[in-house]
Ligand binder design. Structure first.
Ligand code: C2O
Ligand code: CU
Ligand code: CU
Length: 516
């Protein structure tokens, strides 16, 4: 059994058949001739005999009406056998444990607080990815927590039920912090998602699946290859919730998987080789109706809730097939020819009945609706290798200023044949068009992160509802974390009408400290 980079033949054959040899040579040059990432195939190469770890639900206490959680970033060691020799302890980071963190869960309308503590030797932060909240609670690079320090964000949950997540966002070091293991889910509940006919027993038929890829060195330690390869480190070991070769015992006719791409660089195409599934929700919550699909592509940061139907006694696998990355140069070098098995599902001999997925029109749908005709502002964001509109991230520079209450269209385009995953803080947006065409149905629901096929124009519709601040910005960035760390990020303010805040140097420079 081999988990290290086994270069599959398929990748090379396809690259040559595709006539991409010249581009391949360029990419190899650009990559400094380091190890070629990609072309990894672990399908049928892994025995799936480790029970899937289920992140525990975080405990909370309601103090003066505020649901209060605590999270401590800490060091630890984790066993990733069989990816490494049994008995090897790999140094990892986690929240309240050695690797990953507990699942936070809260209800729409609730006020929450999190007592964050940093037991690491370096500054980190905790960002609530997908959450609508005030910028000073956002956990971005302006809210870093020093070693030994604490941070106490609090906000009201004011958005539909959804699968969100949390992870560090320290300036220039996000890739490493997430890669070492700092990430967890944040599930939001509301009446509409509860009323939907979806499996909902956490860890039983409603299962978090955080998918990440890793490279291990000879000593079994996590390696973050830094050979200039694009789009970052692509690992040959793919794990779910930190479990390599994971299986989950299914006891119901249907199982809901909350898929989170928590990888730093890799884009997946999740599906099951022998059946279709229902996509029921994307980043920000339920689709209009369940959507039957064979695959769902997820770039770093994206989520998808899928419902899989099983027969008694059978076994199937959630896999990632070769992801169609669009018009990228040398897709094999970007992971586009890699395929992995991720999670085996083993159905019991008798299955409890599950409802057929479905729901009526969400009763929040009206209030949450975004209309293109309401858009009064259009912004253009062009992404090249690392810059957005020609600029690298500068924590003391404001790039965009939005006025509260406005509905806006952001026209986002990657101008280079390289994968990018575009994410905006504070809002859930709608993809209204891609190169002028309506989005595919799997991109028609609420989103906060979207894979950018190169040289296509994505029109994203969003509204800035509240939480104005003239000094503390939100971020937008590529969620391929090396790109983000290397500066592929911008800052925007949401301000009151008539505010004097403008793009340019951040006045009052509430810029935190420089992390490096
Ligand atoms: Cu998931 Cu700005 O991040
Ligand atoms: Cu985010
Ligand atoms: Cu990018």
């Amino acid at each position: 059994m081999s988990y290290t980079h086994s270069v599959g033949e398929r990748g090379h054959r396809r690259a040559v058949v595709g006539g991409a040899a010249g581009v391949v040579a360029l990419v190899l040059l650009a990559a400094g001739c380091g190890a070629i990432p990609g072309s990894v195939t672990s399908v049928d190469d892994v025995s799936f005999d480790q029970e899937l770890a289920i992140p525990p639900l975080a405990e909370s206490e309601v103090i003066d009406g505020v649901r209060t959680f605590s999270l401590t970033a800490q060091e630890g060691t984790t066993s990733f056998a069989p990816a490494v020799e049994p008995g090897t302890e790999t140094e990892t980071w986690g929240f309240d444990g050695a690797y990953l963190g507990p699942t936070l869960r809260a209800e729409r309308g609730e006020r929450v607080a999190v007592d964050v503590a940093n037991d690491l030797d370096e500054a980190t932060s905790v960002h609530w990815h997908g959450m609508h909240l005030p910028p000073e609670m956002d956990g971005g690079p302006h809210q870093e927590v020093e070693p030994g320090g604490t941070w106490h964000p609090t906000w009201e949950i004011d958005q539909p039920g959804a699968t969100l997540w949390y992870h560090p966002h320290p300036h220039g070091a996000t890739e490493e912090h997430v890669y070492r293991g700092l990430a967890g889910m944040f599930i939001l509940d509301d009446d509409a998602t509860r009323a939907a006919d979806l499996p909902a027993e956490y860890g039983v038929d409603d299962v978090p699946v955080i998918v990440q890829d890793k490279v291990f060195d000879d000593a079994g330690q996590l390696e973050l290859t830094d050979d200039g390869a694009e789009p970052g480190t692509l690992g040959g070991v793919v794990m779910a919730n930190g479990t390599v070769g994971a299986f989950h015992e299914v006891t119901t006719e249907r199982v809901r998987l909350r898929l989170l791409n928590g990888s730093t660089a890799r884009t997946y195409a999740f599906g099951l080789p022998d059946r279709s599934f229902d996509l029921v929700a994307t980043d920000g919550g339920l689709l209009e109706a369940p959507l039957e699909l064979d695959h769902v592509r997820l770039a770093p940061g994206e989520r998808a809730e899928i419902v899989v139907t099983m027969e008694p006694g059978e076994t199937t696998r959630v896999a990632s097939a070769e992801a169609d990355l669009g018009n990228v140069a040398a897709p094999f070098a970007m992971g586009g020819n890699d395929a992995f098995d991720v999670l085996e599902l083993r159905a019991a001999d008798e299955l409890e009945p599950s409802p057929e997925p479905g729901w009526g029109p969400s009763r929040h749908a009206e209030a949450d609706a975004l209309e293109v005709s309401d858009a009064t502002v259009t912004r253009t964001l062009e992404l090249d290798e690392r810059r957005i509109n020609g600029e690298l991230m500068d924590m003391s520079r404001i790039d965009e200023v939005a006025t509260v209450g406005d509905t806006e269209i952001w026209e986002v385009r990657s101008t280079v044949p390289m994968p990018h995953s575009f994410h905006v803080h504070d809002v859930q947006f709608r993809v209204v068009s891609i190169d002028g065409e309506g989005p595919p149905p799997e991109l028609a629901g609420p989103k906060d992160t979207v894979y950018l096929e190169p040289r296509s124009t994505y029109r994203l519709l969003m509204r800035f509802e509240d939480y104005t601040d003239d000094a503390v910005p939100y971020m937008y960035h590529c969620h391929m974390l090396r790109h983000e760390d290397e500066g592929m990020m911008g800052q925007f303010l949401v301000v009151e009408p008539g505010s004097e805040a403008t793009p340019g140097p951040l006045r009052g420079a509430a810029v935190g400290h420089a992390a490096h």
